[in-house]
Design a protein around this ligand. Structure first.
Ligand SMILES: Nc1ncnc2c1ncn2[C@@H]1O[C@H](COP(=O)(O)OP(=O)(O)OP(=O)(O)O)[C@@H](O)[C@H]1O
Ligand SMILES: CC(C)(CO)[C@@H](O)C(=O)NCCC(=O)O
Length: 306
């Protein structure tokens, strides 16, 4: 598949056995919350893949706190509370936001006393007006379409315990929502999800991932991701026809096969090249690669050895 020297390749069957308590049944309320994220999420995946993953994240969380405590004691200072940041990368439509929301729910259930928050880097894409001004509207999602300086400042502020505002992107309006922000205020755990979280921003000295305590790359064969992209496009059209303000409204009320043809073209000319040129090359930087097959089922995991 790719150079695995740095990774343990762990088939799903082995992975589920690594955490002996995987049979612990989730409560009805937990299941209902998970179902509400996406009614097609496989609960087997939750038990076999995500429960052990939350356990592994718990190990990293404890290790991070121990290290900070020991370093503070070395310096003779009181340890600061430093948020644990988890990055989630992967292609457009591979399922990053679904994975991130699922992990947020599971981490919150596991650590009820901790504040677990989530942002997506979609909010750091320049508004369409600015993309047009720069003549890069057709490059949405490519590195130059993000205000990476702003994303770095945001992550730096969070790590330093300062409140920070994340702008919000809407798939429905296909644009940044003006004057709307997610306020992130001293979380214990912050999940940062986006196609670009493992990229080195141009004109910057820092990776956003320098602030991460753990990172996950959600992976799948391109043909499957394209299918998921087109499925999501059809779902967007199914809801868009009721709302003339929706970006997809004209496509929703028009000829469906023409609309799907357009989506295929967008995949072929924008999201596919972005995947090959800028997203896939960051896979080797992740601490864990979550590999999915048909129906989003996870079949293999690659865990970084060191
Ligand atoms: N585990 C899963 N089970 C079932 N369906 C899923 C799962 N993960 C994602 N999907 C579906 O796949 C499609 C893409 O998922 P999602 O929107 O989470 O992707 P994404 O990587 O966040 O995309 P983008 O970068 O464009 O925001 C959606 O239609 C979503 O409902
Ligand atoms: C917002 C991003 C870049 C990432 O989520 C993506 O969903 C997107 O809009 N890509 C641009 C091409 C398109 O799919 O319309």
């Amino acid at each position: 598949m790719y150079n695995q020297i740095n990774y343990y390749k762990i088939p799903r069957d082995e992975w589920r056995e690594l955490y002996q308590e995987h049979n612990v049944p989730l409560s009805a309320a937990e299941l209902a919350r998970i179902r509400s994220l996406n009614d097609r999420i496989s609960l087997e995946d939750v038990r076999d893949v995500y429960a052990p993953l939350v356990h592994l994240l718990g190990i990293h969380l404890t290790a991070q706190r121990e290290l900070l405590k020991k370093q503070a004691s070395f310096l003779g200072i009181t340890p600061h509370r430093v948020p644990f940041i988890l990055g989630i990368a992967g292609s457009v439509a591979v399922g990053k936001s679904t994975t991130a929301r699922l992990l947020q729910t599971l981490l919150q259930e596991t650590y009820p006393d901790k504040q677990v928050q989530l942002i997506t880097t979609d909010g750091f894409i320049y508004p369409n007006k600015e993309l047009k001004r720069r003549n890069i509207l057709h490059r949405k999602g490519f590195p130059e379409s993000y205000d990476m300086g702003r994303l770095l400042t945001f992550t730096n502020d969070i790590k330093n315990g300062l409140p920070a505002k994340a702008p919000v992107y809407s798939h429905k309006s296909y644009d940044i929502i003006p004057d709307q922000y997610d306020l992130i205020e001293s979380p214990d755990i912050l999940l940062v999800e986006g196609i670009n979280v493992l990229q080195l921003p141009s004109n910057q000295q820092l990776y956003v991932s320098d602030f991460f305590d753990f990172s996950i790359y959600v992976d799948a064969k391109e043909e499957l991701i394209r299918e998921w992209y087109l499925e999501r496009f059809n779902m967007l059209l199914d809801t868009a026809f009721k709302d003339p303000a929706n970006y997809y409204y004209p496509y929703a009320i028009g000829n469906r096969s023409e609309a799907v043809k357009m989506a295929r073209h967008v995949w072929q000319t924008i999201n596919r090249p972005n995947l090959h040129e800028y997203i896939l090359p960051t896979r080797n930087r992740a601490d864990l690669v979550l590999h999915k097959t048909q129906n989003h089922l996870v079949n293999e995991l690659f865990l970084r050895k060191y």
